[in-house]
Design a protein around this ligand. Structure first.
Ligand code: ADP
Ligand code: MG
Length: 682
């Protein structure tokens, strides 16, 4: 908790609910708005709620008439009579502060009661010669319970008094071009706004502080990237033999985007530096094939590769879909998951150690210490946010200079890619394989459930299969699981007990796999699931995706769900069921799903409407949390910070120049500890 002379433990605790734990946090907690106090000669004719300062003459006192009634003071401002009103008064301080006949300057919010202008508990009551103590404007800070504006103002002032003058870390040219004040002046200005312009993110003071934040973060990413690049990689140039076999066995030709991404990856892998690349592509854009070819580069260099997936089921699916390609390449591919035990597992471990197994598809089970490789050269990670950094490191420790390829289907808006992946090179699959039928998307109210189910019944009679997703509903006492169980029972009653299956997170993996298998081989026609992840399977025969409470999903999630259908030859449908009442915003969001199939556009729209943290899930996305900078409204500033950091690390990687030393201070100040560690190691 914050330790600052004058802040007691109780206040410190309340401040901590605003994530204020240190004086620096206090400094970076900026006012949300500004209150302007207008000086007027009379309150006559003013709009109610105006915040004004006015000089008055005290006329008479009307003490409270028992509990609950206020103490009133009549006064006159020269043009009109008015009242000062006080509740819960004890003692005689009002008489002392407002003696009858005296002149006073008061300031507060104007009210009116029965046509009489009044001030309830004015903020200031001063004699006219002390009136200049009343500020013309006041910052308004975010509050948590128990805190007052006064506490925040005072705490900020104390923190400001303690803040030293640091050497400038922003280059003089940039500072001048933007008209940015020095750090300490920027803080002073940002905390003492005098007009609404001063609380605008584009005001010079705030923009400078936002830049500091973005720049510090980009420095961390740039240093991390340099560290990875400097650690020796190995050249996995391959000879194209295996990849050639695979490509000639494909029943289709690769898209240009796939060719481009594979070329970028191959160039990285052939170089002497380690690859640290993100392969980003919408669902169905064909990432798996590109990743597999990358792994073959390593195998061609007599090495091994690992492809990681978040769940057992996905591992098995990858295995099934890659099997023909592995056969064509004539390589040995195996899987390793938590379910491998005993002799079976021992045999696989031996195959990995001896190098007999060329390619391994696996879950977390691969992290285990006794999993060792003859010569592991590349790791492919599917959906990076499921694996922590430490786990990634434990994998790359299983070989020397291992290349890393991360695949993600989350269409990160371009404006945010830098904030999330500034430390990685990025390849984008922005093109879908040809011949895919677009999925028809429809919206319907949950009130039309009976109709929906009879349509579903008809479709199933014709041989179609469907996913039915029952997500979490905040306002329901029912757990998402109960909701899904109820729904599957209801569908079973109508469609037949053995035609409807249910999968959910709390299910034993074996049971879940059995249901998936039954869905994949077509014996189950409708698969009811509780969340997105559980439908992360590939069943080409499934042509219908029904999502309940669709308005509770992010658009990106809906897009992912929709990507589960439309994988086969038949026309597919995605039905988004919403619960009434559907707000204007929610309707617009769902309409976007109907209008476009472009994951990037959807992500951009979602971002515009919901905000970054919300969109990606701050925890999951690895998206940094900024106090001042706003990624949505300041993409240009982010880019500038990114470019500045890149150039800086190139020119002064050890931060030894004068500006380099100042930048170190900034990194400490911004608590980019990771960054600081990177410098000291590097
Ligand atoms: P992603 O992992 O990006 O969601 P997948 O790699 O699972 O996409 O590919 C989806 C499907 O498209 C797979 O069945 C795959 O074999 C197929 N596919 C991949 N590339 C192409 C291509 N260039 N042309 C046609 N089909 C392709
Ligand atoms: Mg895939």
């Amino acid at each position: 908790m914050i330790e600052l002379a004058g802040i007691g433990p109780r206040t410190a605790k309340q401040l901590s609910t605003l994530s204020i734990a240190k004086p620096r946090d206090m400094l970076f907690t900026l006012p949300r708005s500004v209150l302007i106090r207008r000086s007027v000669t009379s309150v006559s004719g003013l709009e109610p709620q105006a915040l004004v300062t006015v000089e008055i003459k005290v006329q008479s006192h009307v003490p409270n008439q028992g509990r609950g009634t206020p103490y009133r003071v009549w006064a006159n401002d020269g043009r009109t009579r008015l009242q000062l009103v006080f509740f819960n008064v004890s003692g005689n301080w009002i008489e002392e502060k407002l003696p009858t006949g005296s002149r006073r300057v008061i300031s507060g919010k104007l009210d009116s009661f029965g046509g009489v202008p009044q001030f309830v508990h004015p903020d200031y009551i001063l004699s006219p010669d002390a009136a200049d103590q009343i500020p013309k404007s006041e910052p308004v800070y975010p509050l948590a319970s128990g805190l007052t504006q006064k506490i925040l103002v005072n705490s900020v002032r104390m923190a400001q008094d303690r803040a030293p003058d640091f050497p400038e870390w922003i280059s003089p040219d940039r500072q001048k071009a933007h008209g940015w004040p020095a750090w300490k002046s920027a803080l002073a200005e940002a905390h003492a706004p005098e007009s609404p312009n001063d609380v605008d993110p584009a005001s010079p003071a705030r923009e400078r502080l936002a830049f500091d934040e973005l720049f510090a973060h980009q420095m961390t990413l740039a240093l991390a990237r340099r560290r990875i690049r400097r650690s020796r990689g190995r050249s996995n140039s391959g000879n194209g033999k295996l990849a050639g076999r695979v490509r000639s066995a494909l029943p289709f030709t690769m898209t240009r985007a796939q060719d481009r991404a594979f070329a970028e990856i191959s160039r990285d892998m052939a170089g002497n530096e380690r690859m640290n690349r993100l392969l980003q592509g919408d669902v169905g854009s064909g990432k798996t094939l590109v990743a597999f070819l990358a792994v073959l580069n390593a195998v061609e260099s007599d090495g091994q590769g690992v492809m990681m997936a978040p769940t057992e089921i996905l591992v098995r699916q990858h295995f099934e879909s890659l099997k023909p390609l592995a056969r064509a390449a004539r390589i040995d591919m195996e899987t390793l998951t938590g379910r491998d035990r005993g002799r079976e597992r021992a045999k696989k471990l031996e195959g990995l150690r001896s190098g007999n197994i060329d390619v391994l598809l696996g879950t977390h089970a691969v992290f285990q210490d006794d999993v060792a490789f003859a010569d592991l050269r590349i790791v492919v990670i599917d959906e990076q946010h499921r694996f922590g950094v430490r786990q990634r490191m434990s994998l790359t420790a299983k070989g020397k200079g291992i290349d890393v390829l991360v695949m993600t289907a989350t269409p990160i808006p371009r404006s945010l890619a830098l904030a999330c992946y500034g430390d990685m090179d990025v390849s984008v699959l922005d093109e879908k394989p040809p011949g895919r039928q677009p999925v028809k998307t429809a919206l319907a109210s949950e009130g039309r459930m009976a109709h929906v189910i009879s349509r579903l019944q008809a479709a199933i009679k014709k041989g179609h299969q469907a996913y039915w997703v029952c997500p979490l509903v905040e306002d329901s006492e029912k757990s998402p699981l109960t909701a899904a169980e109820d729904r599957s029972r209801m569908l079973q009653a109508i469609l037949g007990e053995d035609r409807v299956g249910l999968v959910h997170g709390q299910m034993p993996a074996d049971d879940r796999d059995r249901v998936f298998d039954a869905f994949a081989d077509g014996s189950i026609r409708v698969l009811v699931a509780t969340t997105v992840v559980e439908v992360g399977v590939d069943v080409p025969g499934a042509t219908i995706m029904i999502v309940e409470h669709a308005q509770n999903f992010g658009l990106a999630q809906l897009h992912q769900l929709r990507g589960r259908v439309g994988r086969g030859r038949d026309e597919s449908t995605c039905l988004l069921l919403y619960r009434e009442p559907l707000g204007e915003m929610a309707r617009r969001r769902l309409k976007i799903m109907q209008q476009t199939d472009d994951g990037f556009r959807i992500a951009d729209e979602d971002l515009a409407m919901r905000g970054a943290g919300d969109l990606l899930g701050v925890q999951q996305s690895g998206l940094p949390r900024f106090r001042i900078a706003d990624l949505e409204s300041q993409p240009a500033l982010l880019r500038e910070a990114h470019e500045d950091a890149q150039a800086f690390v190139r020119d002064d990687p050890d931060l030894t120049s004068a500006r380099g030393k100042a930048v170190r201070t900034l990194l400490y100040l911004m608590e980019q500890d990771r960054s600081v560690r990177l410098i000291s190691v590097g």
